[in-house]
Write a new protein. Sequence first.
Length: 510
Amino acid sequence: MVIQRELTLDDYIAILRRRAWIIVVPAIVFAIGAYTISLFLASRYTSQTVVLVEEPAVPESLVKPVIGGDANQRLATMQEQILSRTRLQQIIEKFNLYTDETRRKSMEDLVAQLRKSITVSPVRAMAETRASGLPGFTVSVVASEAYTAQQICTEITSFFMQQNVLIRERRAEDTTQFITKQLAESKRKLDEQDSRLAAFQRRYMGELPDQMQTNFSLLTGLSSQLEATSQALNRAQQDKIFVQSALDQPVTAKTAAAPSIVTDPDLLQKQLGILQGQLAALQAQYTEAHPDVRRLKKDIAQLQRKIDEEAPSHSAQPAPAAEVLVTDAPRIQQLRAQLYQINRTIQDKTAEQSRIQQQISKLQGKLQLTPAIAQEYKALTRDYQTAVNVYNDLLKKQSDSEMATDLERRQQGEQFRVLDPPSLPQKPTYPNRPFFGVAGFMGGLAFGLAIVFVIEAQDTTFRTERDVERLLKLPALAMVPLLNAPKASNNRAQSAGPHSPPPVMSGTAS
């Protein structure tokens, strides 16, 4: 073959016809050899089971589970725990695995070998369901014997189920204990806040912000009482002045006529001036319709009429020399009794006025301190309310955690259920002898094709017109067909050598 010659489909078919035995024989030999080798390989059996992850028996809307997190992550954690050195060593010792390799390999190597033979793979949920949880997982075990593979698969599956129950129950109990501890700490803080708030309320009793409106109402009432007491005290003082003036004026009687009491016009004028002054003071504060204003006006009018009536009689009285002093008249005794009562009234009203003023001062002091107290009280109340909210929240969580823990103890939470028990394999999964045979056949076929390629690459025989034109770079004028020559001619042609000019050439290109 000429190097870098372009081959067509006919050329390839011709090559396959010429070199068919070179391709077929290696393929058959390799297939038989590979299948024969597979017969001497140790058989490996695979036992498999499917474990489903069941939802809790009680809906989450009723009892919220305390174990969260991704189910795939929990499965990976359990897998690391179950496939630990301790667990796998127990399995090796329990089923007497690798008895022939015990002397040659260490326990770590045997455990690693057993771990490689165990496969745990999650089951993917169907895309149509759009489920985000873990529906289940498969456990596969490869062993040299079918029954041993089934036993190991059963043991690993039981480990998963027991570990799931233990982990969920332990986590639920740990969560409940943690929340209970936090609840006790929260209750202690709440009691401290409650004590502080109660001490603050006792310390500032009557000065708290929520008592401000009550203090305002009390202050308004005390102001009204103080005003009424002050008015009553003023009236008592006026009455005292009037009675005292009447006692200071001596009582006289005519010696010739029947006794009679004469009122001094100056004293009446003095009383009139006092009443008018009080009226002016009341009119500055109240309207004309006020009862005290109307009463004073009435008293002033009566006193004015009395002054007008006494004026003519006073001018017609005899000289004072003719009068006789009457010291023990009944009117004087009545005035003294009235003065005594007035003094008692003044004393009571003065004490009441002082008491009311003290209460007013105390209330005003409380109202002035209320803003500062309100700020501190607000901080205490906020901390107390925060402590109450935290305590109530933890109390609810403790109740939910206790129910979830009881649910796990009853094994009514999320559980593993074996869908199919570990299978007992009927034929080995390794080696796959038909696969070995097919692989050997394909390898032999590739080897034969490679040999054919090498042979064809070294072949320099001219087989077509294109081979000649490519070599000479001249077009061929004619082709002489192959003639069956005698043996002698054939022998001479063979003795001439392969490099002699080909007899097929009938001419050269001009």
